[in-house]
Design a binder for this molecule. Sequence first.
Ligand code: ADP
Ligand code: MG
Length: 464
Amino acid sequence: MNKGSVDKGIELQWANVLESLRGEVGEDAYKSWLKPMVVREVNDGQINITVPTRFMRDWVVAHYLDKLNQLWAHENPDIKAVNVFVQPDQAAKLTSENAGKATIEAAQSQAGAAKNNGLDYQKEISAPLDPRFAFDQFVVGKPNEFAYAAARRVAEASTVPFNPLFLYGGVGLGKTHLMHAIAWHIRQRDPSRTVIYLSAEKFMYRFIRALREHNTVDFKDQFRSVDVLMIDDVQFISGKDSTQEEFFHTFNALVDQGRQIVISSDKSPSELEGVEERLKSRLNCGLVADIHATTYELRLGILQAKAEQVGVQVSPKVMEFLAHKITANVRELEGALNRVIAHAQLVGRQITLETTQEVLHDLLRANDRRVTIEEIQKRVAAHFNIRISDMHSARRARSVARPRQVAMYLAKQLTSRSLPEIGRKFGGRDHTTVMHAVRKVDELKEHDSTFAEDVELLRRMLEG
Ligand code: ADP
Ligand code: MG
């Protein structure tokens, strides 16, 4: 293949790849994410593609890169990899071109001059919504029915039912999905309402930029002019003093004006580390809805729904097997199903239990190996020569307290248990004790290399 240029063959392949993707992801996502991509060069089996912004690059890489690689390899076996870069000088041109076209925002830009400021702002600030994350694509079961009902309530209410709605749960359990679903629903029902959805990281980034540019007044006004503000993964804000302060003020102002706030976090308000008490108690004032770990029934339901969505026949046996084996979270479950389907399509064979086990052998092994808190306690006790019962006892002598802290630390690192759950397994201790242990071990590791090696060794043995 020639270097540094794009020949006709490649252009044709690209057109095919895009067409397949478009069929798969739908028109909205295609326009927002795929259309702006430009193939820049082909070099030694590597396709280099550019997009206008870093955010777009991150999104495309996270959501479409596997697919791009797959489709392109299918078009042309010489292609080994697709790379996505940012081409900033493209940005000015493309944002003005794209902004007008971008899906629902187009309808909203006609929604009347009165609200124009807010809506322009929505367009500028709000992160794009994933079209798949709608209510009708969310499978409801015991672990998430409460959070789902609360989210629906917020989306459908004409007055604010509770403020804030605080969604919390472990990774990959559907927090972001529910937030996007709320946003889709409100924007569809009433395009004149300003709905801002963004990650806490983005919020922080914007605030820090405003600080640097001495623009904080604008920043505040803008955020305070929204109807619904949703901030995802708010645990990122913890510890960042000035952002926390700003978040708190924005939060209060919005609540006072009767605007809806929705927040997600992987911790409950009281478990948020480094967050001021007054912010915690304010967060606790609305409705706190947690999403619990998945159950077998929910996992099975999700697999059935996903297989139906992509129109692929998967035998009940295979689905039951997956629901039994892939238990960590929905994201991993979805990924496993996608891999099995992609494999079957690539090699043109039926999906059987055998191929499933083969395709997923690494993932299945990792799931089999998942450590329990009991194992951690046993290993750590043996390593430090103390009794297992000391993991639960009230004894505070350093000779037992330190190993206990190490075990708590490893439980936090190696399992998906929450701090209160871990505390309970250590003789009913409080979550703050666990938090303290984690911090203490981190600190000791930094100053004591022998200790750090000990902990590392234990970790490796447990991960085995
Ligand atoms: P979180 O934000 O909690 O980490 P996400 O909302 O990103 O998790 O969910 C991870 C993936 O799992 C997404 O693709 C999402 O659509 C899917 N998912 C999670 N819960 C459900 C559910 N109940 N029904 C259907 N899909 C789900
Ligand atoms: Mg999320």
